[in-house]
Design a protein around this ligand. Structure first.
Ligand code: NAP
Ligand code: ZN
Ligand code: ZN
Length: 387
């Protein structure tokens, strides 16, 4: 939707109320009304909503959103799987669009620039983590792009399944023009979340990187590790993905439910990027690592994981780590790296009316490899507009 364009009547009224009658409306004077899709409860699915975006302040960038990737975190959050979820909730943190307005103090972006927003829109800007460019580990807590308490503007942040968003310039990324904007959207979460641990480990030519789970994050890990010169082994539960993994550039594919194949991979891998969205046993993966290997867990299942065997770690000085997205400077570095190496996500575009089906398909592992919402479809269905 073009910024400033009137919102369809059905969307311009307050959204379908949540159980506690809260509205998604936040303070607005001359901010845009945005067409959006979000959840009003854990079992509502995604429904059309209206958001009132704030008037851009001096440091703000207003963005007309073109595309937004569908991350598995959006599913966890909208379905309340992580607990304590406030509704209404408009998800989406893989945002690409163009700048439609800037505040008086914004010099680094101008109207028409192609920009992106990832998983955070603010942090304290003062703590050691923030000063080190690790805003995702802000000691006071980063402000997530959706469902977070907006410490500077009030209200709750609402994400990118919407026609526009207003974000402080410090958390806006420049999307290189050479990247297809729709296929670049997933870089803002899936891309940086896998880029960051690959860089932190110092992956270089000849290293062997294992990728567990070939979904949105996993397929980006394959592409980025290959672009860094690594050999890549994909561990998948899906026989149907073996050929596709090789097509993506994997050098080897191991079916993780095949015990003999897992045993044959003993001591072959330097670094594992684990992206699985459900509880699973990590111990068989530790056995595929060499001495001084590391396993970074990126998936955040809602249920407990089977226990890690200390012996599996101790005997090879293996590091078991977690990693949360990436800092702002690192996200820009990743976007520039992707432009240099021609890396984007493999996507399937969906319209607003297909979001619920897309979520079910994502949970079933039926996507190659990232759904992306075309926000141009965020119109009220005709029958609802008439209602
Ligand atoms: P996704 O596209 O759904 O991919 C997850 C993959 O995990 C699936 O394609 C599947 O791969 C594997 N998998 C799923 N269920 C499984 C099961 N029961 N047993 C074994 N493998 C299973 O999800 P995503 O968007 O990549 O996100 C993955 C996880 O990362 C989610 O939990 C998400 O919340 C989290 N996340 C974390 C961060 C962070 O900063 N750490 C950022 C974004 C997302 P195969 O079919 O190949 O086995
Ligand atoms: Zn995400
Ligand atoms: Zn901080």
């Amino acid at each position: 939707m073009t910024p400033g364009r009137p919102v369809p009547p059905a969307l311009a009224k307050p959204i379908a109320p949540a159980a506690d009658n809260t509205s998604v409306e936040t303070k607005t004077e001359t901010g845009l009304l945005a067409a959006a899709y979000g959840a009003v409860s854990g079992d509502s699915g995604l429904v059309p909503l209206t958001l009132a975006r704030r008037t851009p302040g001096a440091d703000d960038v207003e963005i007309a959103i073109e595309f937004c990737g569908l991350c598995h975190s959006d599913v966890h959050a909208t379905r309340g799987e992580w607990g304590g979820q406030a509704y209404p909730l408009v998800p989406g943190h893989e945002i690409v669009g163009t700048v439609s307005r800037v505040g008086a103090d914004v010099t680094e972006f101008t109207v028409g620039d192609r920009v992106g927003v990832g998983c955070m829109v603010d942090s304290c800007r003062e703590c050691d983590s923030c000063l080190d460019g690790l805003e995702q580990y802000c000691e006071k807590g980063m402000t997530g792009t959706y469902g977070a308490n907006d410490r500077r503007n009030g209200g709750t942040t609402q994400g990118g399944y919407s026609s526009s968003i207003v974000v402080d310039r410090r958390y806006v990324l420049r999307v290189p023009e050479s990247l297809d904007p729709a296929a670049a959207a997933p870089l803002l979460c899936a891309g940086v979340t896998t880029f960051s641990p690959l860089r932190h480990f110092g992956v270089e030519e000849g290293d062997v990187v294992g990728v567990v789970g070939l979904g949105g994050l996993g397929h980006m890990a394959v592409k980025l590790a290959k672009a860094m010169g690594a050999q890549v082994v994909v561990f998948t539960t899906s026989e149907a993905k073996v050929a596709a993994a090789l097509e993506l550039g994997a050098d080897e594919v191991v079916l993780s439910r095949d015990e003999a194949a897992m045993a044959a991979a003993n001591r072959t891998v330097d670094l594992i990027i684990d992206t699985v969205a459900a509880p699973h046993d990590l111990n068989p993966y530790f056995r595929t690592l060499r001495v001084d290997g590391a396993l970074f867990q990126l998936g955040l299942p809602s249920e407990a994981m089977p226990p890690v065997s200390p012996g599996a770690l101790i005997r090879r000085r293996i590091a078991y780590a977690g990693s949360l997205i990436g800092g702002i400077a690192e996200t820009q570095e990743m976007l520039d790296f992707c432009a240099e190496h021609g890396v984007v996500a493999d996507i399937e575009m969906v319209g607003a009316g297909q979001l619920n089906e897309a979520y079910d398909r994502m949970v079933a592992g039926d996507v190659k490899y990232r759904f992306v919402l075309d926000t141009g479809t965020l119109q009220a269905p005709a029958e609802e507009a008439d209602a």
